[in-house]
Structures are given as structure tokens and as C-alpha cells.
Design a protein around this ligand. Structure first.
Ligand SMILES: *Cc1c(COP(=O)(O)O)cnc(C)c1O
Ligand SMILES: [Zn+2]
Length: 436
């Protein structure tokens, strides 16, 4: 399907470095500034708008059956107006994810008033879908034939699905034996070609960035600024679900730092357009064994304090050289807020706390809530604060993690094998039922 309404803005690409700010040719597929190597922003000269009318238009589209309007990204097309009129929009009805109250987890973490925005409800089970619809649409506009990414898993599942939808070929680089079986299975299921290379994400990513131009691969990692454009619509979707009342905090886990950058950009643009008045504070949470951004901010360093051998069970955020760290730093400047780091044990506790509300997610997603608890205990997040945690991925993305943590002694005997006779059953079950 195609966009019928004309874009209300002209699009350009601009280097984010303050000392440079050079505009780039939008007819070339570069993901770094051609003069200084800096990250690029997609920017628009927005025509003046009436914010109330815009909010109304967005709401009206919820009643529409047009596939474009059933996308939680393209429903907000006035703020992602980069596709030329008549472009093919590659959508799988991404977005429209639920906002769910999590009172038990909220009192565990603070107490805070907690809701979760569950991006695991996207088609391939992570927020990567809301970025991928934008990026693959752009790839099609640019006439790409092969798309490629390096991935800790979810980008590849998502790229494979959207590439398939668009009729493009998908090539993915993953670190050897480091991505969860369900994520790899998804990519294979959509017919992607999988190259296992390097011992961690950073190594696979570096190799891909080197080789992509000479092979004519269209790169869809989050250094591609069009990914960020799709992901920023998490903000209007969440705020609309809250009647446009900003929370005190929006919390996300940080790996390559694309999502935190996108949320920061979404907030800033909605503020500039007058759609929201108050920008919530942004909280970015990293895993202790993979917390280069946290360490950089703590040291007040000018350059990234990269981590050479990142380690954490939360594989989606096991990244030592986050490509978007400067955009994430800018997002924290715009929104205010913090970066925090949490241990794998704290991540497990947070995941278990959410499970008590009937809400589950993959380990990386729970890092956000673990960070909230730590910041609340330190007095940096006030008691009773209105907090939205973005849960980035689905529970079933890492089943091995669950089996490791929920079997055996540590889990308090949740799993048992019982001989097939009534007496054994009775004895065992009395123990279980008596303990409740
Ligand atoms: C990709 C991913 C992250 C990290 O997001 P970044 O944009 O790389 O910071 C966190 N959680 C899940 C489940 C992911 O798939
Ligand atoms: Zn530059």
C-alpha cells in the first residue's frame, strides 16, 4: 500500500556533531557524516501544525481499516514524513502494543506507580519491528536488493520478516553461539542467510560495516537513522494511551542505544511541535557486565569507555561499543534523567517481580525495572513516581534463560518429577500445597 496524503515536510539528513552539522545528500545511502564520520539524524522542515488537530487525526485513524492506519508507526505519518507520496510502505501492523499496569512490580521497585509498554507484542516479538517498518520502507524506496544487519538476535528476526514482506534478500551477521535459539529460528524461518562470525556483537558489527559498501548491502542496524524514525513513534503511541499525560519517567534498557535515542528524539519533536508540554525524564539501564555508557557518564569522559568483552545473561544488551551513544547522551540532555547499571541477579529479580503481575518479558527488558528499584533506593526516583517501563522483547525470546533459572534448587522446587503412583503424588503435592 502507499501513502496517499502528501508529506507536510521536506526531509533531510544532518550530522549530529555540533562542530559539524553538515547536511548530507538524501539520495546516497550513507549512515555516517561524509565529512566527520558523525551519526546522522533524519530531520524535517515541518509546516506549522495545530497540535490539537494532529492528536485528533491520529485518534480518528484508530477507527480506520486502512492497513497504513492499522500500523502503530504510519498512523503517526505526519512525524515520519520521509516516504515520498506513492511509496510502497512495508508494514505488518506493527505497534499498537499494550500499556499494562503492574502494581506488584511497582511496589517491589519503589513503591512507584508502574505501567509497562509491552513491545514484545509486536509481530516478531520485539520493538525492532517499529524501527524495521521504517527502515525497510526506506530500503525499498532506495531500490535495495539485499539488506543486512549484525544482531544480538531481535534485529535479525525483525529484518528477516520485513525483508521477506518486501521481497528483499536478508543477510545477517551474528556472533558465534551467542544468540538465543528462538531468535535465530525466527530469522531462519523467514529465509534469511545467517553468517556466524566473531565472538561478540561488536566484532560482527565492525566486520559488516566494513564489508557492506563493497557488496552493495543496505545496512539496517540502528546507525541507519531511518530505524530511529520508526522507533520514536513508541512515544506518541504511549502518550496517547495515557490521554497525553506525560509520566515522570520513561525507562528503557540500553544496548546499542538506538531505542533510547529514538525515544529522546520522539519526545523532543513532540515538544517542539506543541503536541506535549512536559518531557518526562529518561532512564537508560545497562547490564553491569556491558555498561560502557554508564561508565562513560560516570567518568564524565569525552570519549566512550568501551567494554572489550561484554558479558551478561541479557544477551540483547550484551554490547561493548554502543554505536549510538552520542545520540543517547543527547537524549539525556534533552529529557533529563539517568543512566544506571544493574547486575544479572537484579535483572532476574525484576523479571520475577513482573511475573507476579502476570507480565513477562525477555531478560534485557527487565533490566529497566531493576534500574528503577536501584534508583528509588538511592532516592533518585521519588516514591510514588509515575513510571513507564518499556518492555523491549517477548518472554519466549529466551526460553533457555527461563529453564536455567526456574528449574532446580534456586527456583524453590517449582519443577518436580514424581513416580506415577497415587501415594508418591499425594506426598509430593501435600508438600507443595502445604507451603502456600
Ligand atoms: C535491541 C534490544 C535492546 C537494546 O536496544 P538498543 O536500541 O540496542 O539499546 C534491548 N532489549 C531487547 C529485547 C532488544 O531486542
Ligand atoms: Zn559531521
Amino acid at each position: 500500500m502507499s501513502v496517499t496524503s502528501a508529506p507536510m515536510a521536506s526531509t533531510y539528513l544532518q550530522c549530529i556533531e555540533e562542530t559539524c552539522g553538515r547536511r548530507q545528500d538524501t539520495q546516497v545511502d550513507v549512515h555516517a557524516c561524509t565529512s566527520c564520520g558523525g551519526l546522522l539524524d533524519v530531520k524535517y522542515d515541518f509546516d506549522p501544525i495545530n497540535p490539537a488537530q494532529l492528536r485528533d487525526t491520529w485518534r480518528q485513524r484508530r477507527l480506520s481499516d486502512d492497513p497504513i492506519d492499522r500500523s502503530g508507526v504510519w498512523r503517526f505519518r505526519e512525524i515520519v514524513p520521509f516516504a515520498d507520496p506513492g511509496s510502497r510502505i512495508i508494514t505488518l501492523s506493527e505497534g499498537f502494543t499494550p500499556l499494562v499496569e503492574a502494581p506488584r512490580a511497582g511496589s517491589w521497585a519503589g513503591p512507584v506507580q508502574l505501567t509497562v509498554k509491552h513491545q514484545g507484542a509486536n509481530l516478531t516479538g520485539s520493538f525492532k519491528d517499529v524501527g524495521m517498518t521504517a527502515c525497510i520502507t526506506r530500503a525499498v524506496c532506495r531500490g535495495a536488493r539485499w539488506v543486512a544487519c549484525a544482531s544480538t538476535g531481535n534485529t535479525s528476526s525483525s529484518m528477516a520478516a520485513y525483508a521477506s514482506r518486501a521481497g528483499l534478500k536478508a543477510l545477517l551477521f551474528v556472533p558465534l553461539n551467542q544468540i538465543s535459539a528462538p531468535k535465530l529460528a525466527q530469522a531462519l524461518d523467514f529465509g534469511a542467510f545467517v553468517v556466524e562470525v566473531g565472538n561478540n556483537f561488536d566484532a560482527a558489527f565492525r566486520l559488516l560495516v566494513e564489508i557492506a559498501p563493497e557488496l552493495g548491502l543496505y545496512l539496517v542496524n540502528s546507525i541507519n537513522p531511518f530505524r530511529i524514525e520508526g522507533q520514536k513513534t513508541i512515544v506518541p503511541e504511549m502518550l496517547e494511551q495515557r490521554g497525553w499525560r506525560s509520566p515522570d519517567y520513561i525507562v528503557v534498557p540500553g544496548g546499542n542505544l538506538g531505542n533510547s535515542s529514538a525515544i529522546g528524539k520522539g519526545l523532543q519533536e513532540l515538544k517542539d511541535l506543541g503536541v506535549i508540554e512536559k518531557i518526562p525524564k529518561l532512564v537508560i539501564v545497562q547490564a553491569a557486565g556491558a555498561s560502557p555508557f554508564y561508565e562513560t557518564l560516570r567518568a564524565g569522559a569525552k570519549d566512550l569507555c568501551a567494554v572489550e568483552n561484554p558479558h551478561t545473561e541479557a544477551s540483547a544488551i550484551r554490547i561493548g561499543h554502543p554505536a549510538n551513544w552520542k545520540k543517547a547522551r543527547r537524549a539525556l540532555l534533552w529529557a533529563g534523567g539517568f543512566c544506571e547499571s544493574v547486575t544479572d541477579d537484579e535483572i532476574f529479580e525484576a523479571k520475577a517481580a513482573l511475573a507476579k503481575d502476570g507480565v513477562a518479558c525477555e531478560p534485557a527488558s527487565a533490566a529497566g525495572l531493576a534500574g528503577v528499584r536501584k534508583l528509588a533506593q538511592a532516592g533518585k526516583i521519588e516514591k510514588g513516581a509515575d513510571v513507564v517501563c518499556v518492555l523491549t522483547g517477548h518472554q519466549l525470546k529466551d526460553t533457555e534463560y527461563i529453564m536455567r533459572h526456574r528449574s532446580g534448587e534456586k527456583a524453590g522446587g517449582q519443577r518436580m518429577q514424581v513416580e506415577a503412583d497415587l501415594n508418591s503424588l499425594r506426598t509430593q503435592l501435600k508438600r507443595v500445597l502445604g507451603g502456600s
